[in-house]
Design a protein around this ligand. Sequence first.
Ligand SMILES: *[C@@H]1O[C@H](CO)[C@@H](O)[C@H](O)[C@H]1NC(C)=O
Ligand SMILES: *[C@@H]1O[C@H](CO)[C@@H](O)[C@H](O)[C@H]1NC(C)=O
Length: 198
Amino acid sequence: MLKTLLLLVVLVSGSWGADYELLLEDPDIFAPCTEGPPGSVGFHDAFNIKDLVLNQDADIIHISENLTTIWDVQPTDRISARFALWHYNRGNWEPTLFSIATPDFCSAIFDENQSWFKQWTRYISNRDEVQEKCLTTRGTVWMHNPFDLKLRLNNIRGATLQGRYKAVVTFEAVDERDVPRKNTVCFEIRGEAEKIKN
Ligand SMILES: *[C@@H]1O[C@H](CO)[C@@H](O)[C@H](O)[C@H]1NC(C)=O
Ligand SMILES: *[C@@H]1O[C@H](CO)[C@@H](O)[C@H](O)[C@H]1NC(C)=O
């Protein structure tokens, strides 16, 4: 299995308060979904990252500058988002208890109580524009103040993480008549969980 030095820190605050890091498998970070919805498109069909600066230190990704949306949807669409963690067990991917779904991602993009705000959107510097255009207006630039990305999970019942995991992220656009569009964005971030010795 290909591993890179790129690590995400997964902090799990269960009953033992264990910390985990995830060694990413794919140097490109964002892999296509193995079982994406029919018609779905990948990360790079929705986001242009050529002006985004990504630098990895031992266990942290430093991020700054610009992400540009290029997803082919309409400004009036509603975006439904889902994040789910899967575990590889005996040759099969199985769902875990960790999942977040939101029917209106754009209205909650700067909600301080959401994990994506704590990890990511709080560092967006042009908030007014991103709040208005979100993912639905092609060419919108999301500007970032420099920050360090650590993927954090708050474990609910102190389960231990072991082996191979993947986070499956989907964004689905729903039109004004409440009909989902076919070109759902689906991508996976795969890696191996390792406990950090305290
Ligand atoms: C990001 O966007 C800002 C505003 O348009 C621009 O000044 C800056 O040069 C861009 N950064 C990169 C790396 O393209
Ligand atoms: C966030 O959570 C706190 C505490 O539960 C609550 O008082 C606050 O209204 C919430 N904020 C939003 C934007 O939902």
